[in-house]
Design a protein around this ligand. Structure first.
Ligand code: DON
Length: 565
C-alpha cells in the first residue's frame, strides 16, 4: 500500500510537465519586437489565422520600414524556426553575400593599407541582400497566408509613415553626414538635410512600391527583372559593384542549428556563418565543466563570474581563428562544441587568477556594431521563431537606391579586410573570414531557443560582438528559472578576448565583487545600456506564456489569446 502511495505521489509530481511535454500547445500567442508597429503587425497576422512564420514575415517587413537604422530589405539575418507538427528546428540563413566582383583586397589602397570607411559608408560596403528571399521562403515553405497578405501592414506603414522617436534621432544623428551625402537617403531620412524632430513623419512611397512588387511576384520581384536592374544600376552609379546576376543568384540556405546542453536544457542557436551557436556552446561547456569542478556555483558569485569571463575569453579567441562561411571554409565545429574540448580548456583555468589574453595563442577582436534588430514570436500551436536581422551600422551604408526605397547594408565590414590588420572597430581577420566572391561574412547574430520539458525560451538581441555574451546571460537566467522580464533587463557582462578587459553595465557587480575580481587580474570598463533583447518564455508546467522587450530600447512585447472569429 505504501509503495502505491509513493508511486502515486511521484506520478503527481512529474505529471504536470510530462503532460505538457506530450504535444501540448501554448494556447496563447506572443510577440516581442523592437518596434510597437512591428509587434502590432505580428499580432494582426496571428489573429487573422497566420502562424508564427507568417507573423515573422509581417514583423520583418514592418521593421524594415519603421526601424530603418536596424534592418531592412537591403539587409540580411538569421531566422531560427521551430515547427511544432514535425518537431523540427531549422535555421534560415539569409545572410548577405559578397558581390561576384568582390576581391580579397578591395578595401586596401595601392600601398596595401586598409581604408576602413570604404567598407562602412557608401555602396561599395553593401553585400547582396537576403531579407527579400527570406520573406518569400518563410511564406512559401512555412506560412499559411499568402506573402502579399503578410506584407500588407508594412506597405501601409511605408505609405502612411511612422513617427521619429528618440532612438531614431540618436542613430540618425550618429549617421547624419553619410545620410546627407546621399540624395536618396537625405530625402527620406532627414528633414531638409537636418535631423528630423521628434514626431516628424517618415514616409517611404518607393519602399511601399518595392514591397508591393515582392507581394505580387515573390522573390523574383526583387532579384529579377526591372527592380533588380534598378538596384544593380543604382549601386554601380553610387560606386558599388553589384551585377544583375549577383541578385539573380542569391539564395537563402537552410542549415542545421548548433545544439548544446547545459543544466538539463537544450540550447539551440545559430550555425555558421554566424559564430553565435558555436561560441555559446563553447562558453556553456567550459563554464559547466568549471561549475562541476567547484561542486556547484552561483552564476553571480565572484568565482562564477570569473569562470564565465574566462570561458568567454577562450571562445572568442577560437571564433576569431576558425569561423567563417561554411560554404567556403572547413571548420572544426564538432571539436569546438565538444565536452572534451571544453574539459581541456577548463584545465587551463585557475580558480584564483585571470589568464591574460596575451597568454593565449594570438587572436582576433570583433567589432561592436551599433545597430541591428531581434524579434521573438510564438503561436498558439507551438510554432516559434527567433530572428536577428541587420544592415550592420545604423542606417547601413547610408545609400538608398533611387526608385526602390532600398537602403543598402554595410555588412561587408564584417569580413576581415586584411589578415592581422584591424578594421574600423578593431576587428582583426583570420583567413577563414577573408573576402571572396559570393561568400557570406562571419556574424555574431545568435537567435536562440532554450528548451527542456518545463520551458521553451525564445530569445536574441542586437549588439555586434556582445550579442553572444548577452544571449549567454539570457540563457543562464532562463536555466535558473527566472521570469523573462529579468532575462532581458538584467545587467550585462562581456569579455571578447581582445581588448583584454571586462565590459559591465552599472549594477552588474557590487563594489566588493569588482575589487575581488580586480585582485584576480581582471580589468573593467563600465558601459551603459548595450543590447535590445526580445524574449519569450512558455512555462510548460503551468502553461504560462511570458514576453518581454528590453527596457533599454523602444520595443513592445505582448501575450494574447486567439480571438473568436
Ligand atoms: O552580423 C553581425 O554580427 C553584425 N553585423 C551585427 C551588428 C549589430 O548587432 C549591431 N548592433 N547593435
Amino acid at each position: 500500500m505504501m509503495r502505491w502511495i509513493a508511486l502515486l505521489a511521484l506520478v503527481a509530481l512529474i505529471a504536470p510537465w510530462r503532460l505538457a511535454a506530450a504535444g501540448e500547445t501554448p494556447r496563447q500567442m506572443a510577440v516581442a519586437t523592437a518596434h510597437p508597429a512591428a509587434t502590432a503587425a505580428g499580432r494582426e497576422v496571428l489573429q487573422a489565422g497566420g502562424n508564427a512564420f507568417d507573423a515573422a514575415v509581417a514583423v520583418t517587413a514592418v521593421l524594415a520600414v519603421a526601424e530603418p537604422y536596424s534592418s531592412g530589405l537591403g539587409g540580411g539575418g538569421f531566422y531560427l524556426l521551430h515547427q511544432s507538427d514535425s518537431d523540427r528546428d531549422v535555421m534560415i540563413d539569409a545572410r548577405e553575400r559578397a558581390p561576384g566582383r568582390a576581391t580579397r583586397d578591395m578595401y586596401l589602397d595601392a600601398e596595401g593599407e586598409p581604408q576602413p570607411q570604404r567598407s562602412v559608408d557608401g555602396a561599395l560596403a553593401a553585400g547582396i541582400p537576403g531579407i527579400p528571399a527570406a520573406l518569400d521562403h518563410l511564406a512559401g515553405r512555412y506560412g499559411r497566408l499568402a506573402l502579399g497578405e503578410s506584407l500588407q501592414p508594412a506597405i501601409t506603414v511605408a505609405r502612411e509613415g511612422f513617427e521619429v522617436t528618440p532612438m531614431y534621432r540618436r542613430l540618425a544623428g550618429f549617421r547624419r553626414e553619410v545620410l546627407a551625402d546621399d540624395p536618396g537617403s537625405r530625402e527620406i531620412f532627414l528633414d531638409a538635410g537636418e535631423l528630423p524632430e521628434l514626431g516628424h513623419v517618415i514616409r517611404q512611397p518607393a519602399l511601399a512600391a518595392t514591397l508591393e512588387h515582392i507581394a505580387r511576384e515573390g522573390r523574383d520581384g526583387f532579384y529579377q527583372g526591372e527592380l533588380a536592374g534598378r538596384l544593380a544600376d543604382g549601386v554601380r552609379k553610387a560606386g558599388g559593384i553589384w551585377s544583375r546576376s549577383d541578385l539573380a543568384d542569391y539564395r537563402v540556405v537552410e542549415r542545421e542549428p548548433v545544439v548544446s546542453r547545459f543544466r538539463g536544457f537544450e540550447i539551440i542557436s545559430a550555425a555558421p556563418p554566424s559564430s553565435g551557436g558555436v561560441a555559446l556552446a563553447e562558453i556553456l561547456n567550459t563554464y559547466g565543466a568549471l561549475v562541476r569542478r567547484a561542486g556547484g556555483l552561483d552564476d553571480r558569485s565572484v568565482l562564477g563570474l570569473h569562470y564565465r569571463i574566462e570561458a568567454m575569453r577562450r571562445a572568442y579567441r577560437d571564433r576569431a581563428e576558425y569561423l567563417g562561411d561554411p560554404d567556403y571554409v572547413d571548420m572544426p565545429i564538432e571539436r569546438l562544441t565538444s565536452a572534451d574540448y571544453a574539459a581541456g580548456l577548463a584545465v587551463g583555468i585557475s580558480p584564483e587568477q585571470a589568464t591574460p589574453s596575451s597568454a593565449l595563442a594570438p587572436v582576433i577582436i570583433e567589432p561592436e556594431g551599433p545597430h541591428t534588430t531581434h524579434f521573438s514570436i510564438m503561436d498558439a500551436d507551438g510554432n516559434y521563431v527567433a530572428a536577428t536581422l541587420s544592415i550592420n551600422y545604423p542606417f547601413g551604408a547610408g545609400v538608398t537606391v533611387p526608385g526602390t526605397g532600398v537602403l543598402l547594408n554595410d555588412e561587408m565590414d564584417d569580413f576581415s579586410q586584411k589578415p592581422g590588420v584591424p578594421n574600423v572597430y578593431g576587428l582583426i581577420g583570420a583567413e577563414a573570414n577573408a573576402i571572396a566572391p559570393g561568400k557570406r561574412p562571419l556574424s555574431s547574430m545568435s537567435p536562440t531557443f532554450v528548451r527542456n520539458d518545463e520551458l521553451v525560451g525564445v530569445l536574441g538581441t542586437p549588439g555586434g560582438s556582445r550579442i553572444i555574451t548577452m544571449v549567454l546571460g539570457g540563457v543562464l537566467a532562463a536555466t535558473r528559472g527566472e521570469p523573462v522580464a529579468d532575462w532581458v533587463a538584467q545587467p550585462r557582462i562581456h569579455h571578447q578576448h581582445l581588448p583584454d578587459r571586462v565590459e559591465v553595465e552599472p549594477g552588474m557587480l557590487s563594489e566588493d565583487q569588482r575589487a575581488e575580481l580586480e585582485l584576480m587580474g581582471h580589468l573593467f570598463e563600465v558601459r551603459d545600456g548595450f543590447g535590445n533583447m526580445q524574449a519569450l518564455a512558455w512555462w510548460r508546467a503551468d502553461g504560462r506564456l511570458e514576453a518581454a522587450s528590453d527596457p533599454r530600447g523602444e520595443g513592445e512585447a505582448t501575450v494574447f489569446a486567439v480571438e473568436a472569429p
